[in-house]
Design a protein. Sequence first.
Length: 544
Amino acid sequence: MFSPDYIIVGAGSAGCIVANRLSEQPDINVLLIEAGGSDKSILYKMPAGSFPLLRSGRGNWNYHTVPQKHLNDRKIWFPRGKVLGGSSSINAMVVSRGNPDEYNQWRQLGNVGWSFDDCLPYFRKIESFAGGENDIRGRDGPLCVGMPGFDELRPLSHAWVHASMQAGHPFNPDSNGLDVTGVGMIQTNCTSGLRNSASTGYLRPALTRPNLQVVTDAHVTRLLMKSGRCEGVEVRKGNELKQYHASTEVILSAGAIGSPQILLLSGVGDPEHLRQVGIKTEHELAGVGNNLRDHLTISVKQKLTKPLSMVDDLRPLGMLQGFANWALYKRGVVANSALQVWTLYKSAEHLADPDIQSIIVPLIYSDHGRQVTMEHGFTVVSCACRPQSVGTLRLASSDPADAPLIDPNYLGSEADMAPLISAVRNVRKIIDQEAFRSIRGEELYPGASVTLDADIAAYIRAEAQCFYHPVGTCKMGTDDAAVVDPELRVRGVQGLRVIDASIMPDLITATTNFPTMMIAEKASAMILGQDHPAAPSEPAMAAA
């Protein structure tokens, strides 16, 4: 009978990595439990598969937020991966680390060992960067990281790069370098026409190990707590309830929604909230589910006067040709990300670092890509990367099958509106440059007549959407609001850690998938005694 030393809950971006690294030690038995199913479908392998996956809801928890008070009481669709690989199997594959100073701020909050210098070796450990190895980029990691060459850019992407530079944005050859400012090519975990997810890069190579077992379609309902220690998990698989016990630790890697939800269902959290839903308090930890932070986006949608979008690729003949080209040669439009270039910049001159990402998408789309306007045009999606709004994750009931109450509290801070208004104005400035003038048609949304701040703000409240980057609900720290310590151990509970995006104290100027993978690599090294945090007095080089 298999007797696990470690039980990992969630085979997503973090869980797959932790399972791989721990099971590299032949004397450590690892049980990995995933609520979703297999990622063997071609849609998970095909880089363009994220669009049909999002439209179908497959491999997805398909959450919605509670009505958002500052977004006209709209319920915002909130997709999260529910499949081997988690969100790394359904996302846009963007590889982004963020600004080095943001990690130094984690260290300044008391999180010893989490400065950028401390994290950099684990970013490098993840990747095999097509641009070559240097002091900040890795070459021998499990995940291939590539980016299009300038000669590989679509005409619309060329126009965006030139227009951004004409608008005053510098060209950045590596947006994962020490300076993220400027316009440049988007790096993706995609190679040879295939998606590189945490599952394909980390889990699949480890599946033949006798000391690793993976259970799919198994929903963890609660942790097994006894005398202040987590001893295992209760799991529902089909109509059957099972219990698994870990001799060493249980590791929650269920994400910024799943990990706090499981803690609360297990009686770890704020006693008042637990009482409201009829759950006995096993351990008081008020921060569980607090500090929910997410990126909010707003789009500018523009017609084209020339057929330079990807809309023809979505027509029946185009789809047939695209799929055939991918199936036979792993080439063509479905073999690569639709996202090629972006611009990172400051929403206000007084800021020290960029806080806006603007990405051009060669389609006019809405509702997270589930609706596409079948005419030539493009959408520029802008993300405000450093919001001050903070929300919560709460239980709807004591039933593990009930979706939790997700309240990101978008625009809850008045300060978060100004960067989004600035983003709309900056995108318009880029589109107004010479590089776009011969191909630019009518601005569809918000529309050329929408020029006043108040009118742009009204458009934002009516149309803004999430960017799928929730973090912070099991915050790492040393203060009373922290859920885990800098070693990612749940405060006051033995035998329990959280390793995923929920431990981030704050958002970063990045998509969150690669930072989550870095956290998993670093935490695995901590567990195995291979990581040595810097002394409290030791300064970080990147901050010097």
